[in-house]
Design a protein around this ligand. Structure first.
Ligand code: 5GP
Ligand code: ZN
Length: 113
C-alpha cells in the first residue's frame, strides 16, 4: 500500500535490519527498541490491524505467528519472549500495518500494563 512505512520496509524501499523472511512475512528490528531484543513481524500483504483481517490470507497470518519460533532459534532466545500486537486507539497502535512485537532479552513484568 502506498504511503505505508511497513510496506516500504517489506519492499526494501526503507532499509531495515532483517531478522527473518519467507513468502508471507517479514521480520526486522524495531527502530526504537524497548527491550534488548525487539523485532517486528509483519505480513507482506497489507492489513491495517487485527481488526481488519478480511483481505489477509490465513497463510500470511499463520506465517507471522510461526516466524517467532524461528527468530528465537536463530537469535539464541532461550528464556522466552513476549509477543504483542497493538490494535487500534486504546492500544496506541501507531503504524497502521499489522505487526507483532517480539520482545526478549530481560525479565518482563507479570502484567502487561
Ligand atoms: P505500534 O505502536 O504501532 O504497536 O508499534 C510501531 C513500532 O514501529 C514502534 O515500536 C516503532 O518504534 C516502530 N517503527 C516506526 N517506524 C519505524 C521504521 O521506520 N523502522 C522500524 N524498523 N521501526 C519503526
Ligand atoms: Zn502496509
Amino acid at each position: 500500500m502506498k504511503d505505508c512505512i511497513f510496506c516500504k520496509i517489506v519492499s526494501g524501499e526503507i532499509p531495515s535490519k532483517k531478522y527473518y523472511e519467507d513468502d508471507y512475512c517479514f521480520a526486522f528490528a524495531d527502530l526504537n527498541p524497548q527491550m534488548p531484543f525487539h523485532a517486528l513481524i509483519v505480513p507482506k500483504e497489507h492489513a491495517a490491524s487485527l481488526a481488519e483481517l478480511d483481505n489477509l490470507s490465513d497463510a500470511a497470518l499463520a506465517a507471522c505467528l510461526r516466524a517467532a519460533q524461528k527468530i528465537a532459534e536463530q537469535n539464541n532466545i532461550t528464556d522466552g519472549y513476549r509477543f504483542i500486537s497493538n490494535c487500534g486507539k486504546h492500544a496506541s497502535q501507531s503504524v497502521q500495518h499489522l505487526h507483532f512485537h517480539m520482545l526478549a532479552g530481560r525479565q518482563l513484568s507479570e502484567k502487561i500494563v
